[in-house]
Write a protein of this length. Structure first.
Length: 826
């Protein structure tokens, strides 16, 4: 809490050794992070992110306001501490929860305070204005200069700028106070992965307050506010709109350079779309990330009122039909498989803020070194310099919108605010060459309505026609409201995967998340232990599993027409230990040579020519199948297989009850099931599973028939508690019945896998009830079981009720055959 007001102390900030850096004498001490990066110790008040923060709109005269500020927690409704000393010191721009900030705790509300001097040679006043720029402040910010409120801003991931000229008081020290409120997941604000209380799972420490650079610069009243740049390789030009404050009647002039050589020039009205010629353009790509320089002037008659420098790349993002007849992602008109990491942008020392610019570059450079050509920036928006390095180093970027919190439906005002911020984020980032795809929703996080998701995708496409829209990454997963059918991409998540959605219509197919293999490295973990989607005991095993998984991805890409895939993830994050690097960036967890080799093979080999699927055997005729357990014994612990030699064993005291026909097995939903002891089905081909089932209770998952794979079942004939529906499922893909089941009633369930068509079809009581697409099935070598499933490496989803008359077939039954099976009662 701040204390009684005292007189404002004269400015302690003086110009120092690094050009454009304001220094501070104050008592600031960094905190100690649980683990430190190679750059943690390099951060000091004199070098807190000193690089120019806005690489696509550069002015030569500027000063950073990063460094030590006064700080205090605040109470709701508290008056701003104008003219008061605050008792703590914080290092801006590191969020207050971070060790580098020196605060290392969360506050819902807070005050920042410092003073600054305006250089006399900037000659501020009249037509010369002073702008104060904030890269990002999370979440609600209010700014006072010399006690005058000059700005308010809402949104934790977009920047804002304010003219503070009229609030200045003569020469010398000027007081700057920033008030912030950030309640994180206590509200419906977009938060991404931030949580006030991290869950030791997939949600992490929050990043409150000022977390991107703050700087000031002198400008004319007529100055460039924003550059909108869109390359047009067909026209060999750059579409350029120069937004100018006070731009009425002003002219802009733009010159493009290849190195030091001018290659194109245009002039025209401010605010109008102009075309800068770029003859015989050298195209930007991950293999050749060539960038042109751009210089822009604002003219009032013959008088120059502003001059900025920028850059751009010439590239085109599109969808192209391959020789396999399927749509594929393309760059510059050529099919290019988008091989991506999931990059969350968290740091153990700076949380949302990388400790240094070198550190920011490191993650991108290492991703490129590992053979990836794409980064999925996962529900976080980075500082501009991150996109600058992606442009320079040559990585395509799928940019997520930071999600609202999970659970429940956001209220209407939160929905509108989410959409407003999404549009602003897209507007701010439209000129980055590296961004190729917008992703407004991840899984079901913060989603409120499937129709609204489709509308938002359409509006994004209209706002930025130069890029593709992935309306819903992980549309198959995790409280998703279902597929809107909109956007340019159908995107499934599957762990460990890879997922194999089917391209169709005007949408390409991608695996938006897969992998997630983990390894704990002592001394390099945030909590001292960790989790992953599949844990491994050592680096060699981790590398082997990664390579195997990527080889599976290559098969999926060529057989199914997959256009891209995202591996989870670049680095460990807090309790997640599934990175290529440890969270502190100190340890390489895999053999990077093997990683690079398999990644490059994927990018090189997936070119849209496709691969023929193997010929599938016809299977065993008839309706008996390759396994048939009538479950009519009524006593004992063994049930006969009437079709083969795979008798089932009743496990953990499973009992008998009256069945749909004769007897049935009764299971307690806790640990009882029937084990056949062997893998009966080839789950990469065609097959069918059927059973008569009765549920004693709803809620949670319950599986009637499955076959164990490595970390999860290859298929699930089940009740899905997430949907309150019967389902025939793969991990991450469900063919769902349209209505909820009733307890105490017998139902006939049949799941049909047609590998040639790439479909899963569920039948309930002889009628088709639901269908879903998944190009490839997963191989499995574990036993076929009745009454449970396997997930995340262990048994789950025990059946709560009775099961009778179980069949498995080594072929896909027809709809007519399913009807016959139901009618027969078998």
């Amino acid at each position: 809490m701040r204390r009684a007001a005292i007189a404002l102390v004269a400015a302690a900030f003086v110009l120092g050794g690094v050009p454009g850096v304001a220094h501070a004498e104050a008592t600031w001490h960094p905190g100690t992070p649980p683990i430190a990066t190679p750059w943690t110790g390099q951060v000091s008040p004199d070098n807190a992110l000193p690089d120019y923060p806005r690489p696509q709109l550069v002015r030569k005269r500027w000063e950073t306001l990063n460094g030590v500020w006064q700080f205090a927690g605040a109470q709701e409704g508290e008056a701003p501490p104008i003219g008061e000393q605050l008792s703590e010191r914080v290092l801006v721009p590191y969020p207050i929860e971070s060790a580098l900030s020196g605060i290392q705790r969360h506050e819902d509300r807070m005050w920042y305070r410092r003073s600054f001097d305006v250089p006399a040679n900037w000659r501020i006043g009249g037509d010369q204005r002073l702008r104060l720029n904030f890269g990002a402040v999370d979440y609600d910010a209010t700014v006072w200069v010399n006690g005058i409120k000059v700005a308010t801003h809402r949104g934790g991931y977009d920047g804002f700028s304010v003219d503070v000229t009229d609030a200045l008081r003569g020469r010398g020290a000027q007081e700057l106070v920033v008030g912030v409120e950030d309640r994180t997941d206590q509200t419906w604000q977009p938060v991404g992965k931030q949580r006030n209380v991290p869950d030791r799972g997939i949600f992490y420490t929050s990043s409150s307050g000022i977390w991107q650079s703050v700087w000031m610069e002198p400008v004319s009243a007529s100055h460039v506010e924003r550059l909108r740049m869109t390359p047009d390789i067909d026209d060999a030009s750059l579409r350029l709109t120069v937004q100018v404050a006070g731009g009425s009647g002003r002219t802009v002039e733009a010159v493009a350079y290849a190195g030091n050589k001018p290659v194109g020039r245009v002039s025209g009205p401010a605010g109008a779309e102009l075309r800068v010629p770029v003859p015989n353009p050298q195209l930007w790509s991950p293999d050749s990330p060539y960038l042109y320089d751009l210089k822009v002037r604002v003219l009032d008659g013959p008088k120059e009122t502003d001059r900025v420098e920028s850059y751009f790349g010439m590239r085109e993002v599109s969808k192209v039909k391959g020789a396999d007849g399927k749509l594929h992602l393309a760059l510059n008109g050529k099919i290019l498989f988008n091989l991506s990491t999931l990059d969350q942008g968290f740091w153990p020392d700076g949380i949302h803020t990388a400790p240094t610019d070198e550190a920011l570059r490191f993650d991108i450079a290492e991703t490129k070194r590992l053979g990836f050509n794409t980064i999925r920036k996962h529900i976080k928006v980075e500082p501009d310099r991150w996109y600058y390095w992606a442009d320079r180093l040559g990585l395509m970027v799928w940019q997520d919108m930071p999600a609202m919190r999970t659970g429940g439906i956001p209220p209407v005002d939160a929905q509108r605010e989410f959409e407003r911020q999404l549009k602003e984020i897209v507007d701010e980032h439209q000129s980055w060459t590296s961004i190729t795809v917008w992703v407004p929703f991840n899984e079901g996080w913060g989603e409120w309505d499937r129709t609204a998701t489709g509308r938002i995708a359409d509006e994004l496409r209209a706002q930025d026609p130069s890029r593709l829209v992935n309306a819903h990454s992980g549309v198959n997963c995790c409280a998703s409201k279902g597929d809107s059918g909109r956007g340019d991409i159908i995107d499934f998540h599957q762990y460990v995967g890879p997922a194999s959605p089917v391209p169709g219509g005007d949408r390409v197919a991608v695996d938006g998340e897969h992998g997630g293999f983990g390894l704990e490295v002592d001394g390099h973990m945030w909590f001292g232990d960790g989790h992953a989607y599949e844990m491994t005991p050592d680096s060699a095993t981790l590398t082997r599993r990664y390579v195997e998984n990527q080889r599976d991805l290559l098969t999926v890409a060529n057989r199914c027409g997959l256009s891209g895939a995202v591996y989870t993830q670049t680095t460990d994050v807090e309790h997640e230990v599934n990175g290529f690097y440890t969270y502190d960036r100190q340890v390489q967890k895999m053999d990077f040579d093997q990683v690079r080799d398999v990644n490059r093979a994927i990018v090189r080999s997936v070119d849209g020519t496709g691969a023929n699927a193997p010929q599938l055997p016809p299977g065993t005729p008839g309706l008996t199948g390759v396994g048939w357990w009538p479950l009519d014994e009524g006593a004992g612990t063994v049930t006969d297989d009437k079709a083969g030699n795979h008798d089932g064993t009743l496990v953990n005291g499973a009992t008998w009850t009256t069945g749909h026909s004769g007897a049935a097995v009764q299971l307690n939903g806790v640990n009882q099931y029937v084990d056949t002891g062997t893998a009966i089905l080839d789950t990469t081909g065609n097959y069918t599973a059927s059973a008569w089932v009765k549920l004693d209770s709803l809620g949670g998952f319950a599986t009637a028939v499955s076959q164990d794979g490595g970390s999860h079942s290859a298929f699930f004939l089940q009740y899905s508690g997430a949907d309150n529906r019967f389902a025939f499922s793969f991990a991450g893909v469900r063919a769902l019945a349209p209505t909820a089941p009733e307890t105490g009633r017998w139902y006939h369930l049949v799941g049909v896998r047609d590998a040639a068509a790439g479909t899963l079809t569920l039948y309930v009581d002889g009628q088709q009830a639901g269908t879903a697409s998944s190009c490839l099935g997963e191989a499995s070598s574990g036993p076929t079981v009745i009454g449970r499933a396997r997930f995340n490496g262990g048994p789950v989803d025990y059946w709560r009720g009775a099961i009778d008359q179980v069949h498995v077939y080594d072929r896909a039954l027809s709809a007519a055959e399913v009807g016959q099976l139901y009618t027969s009662g078998g």
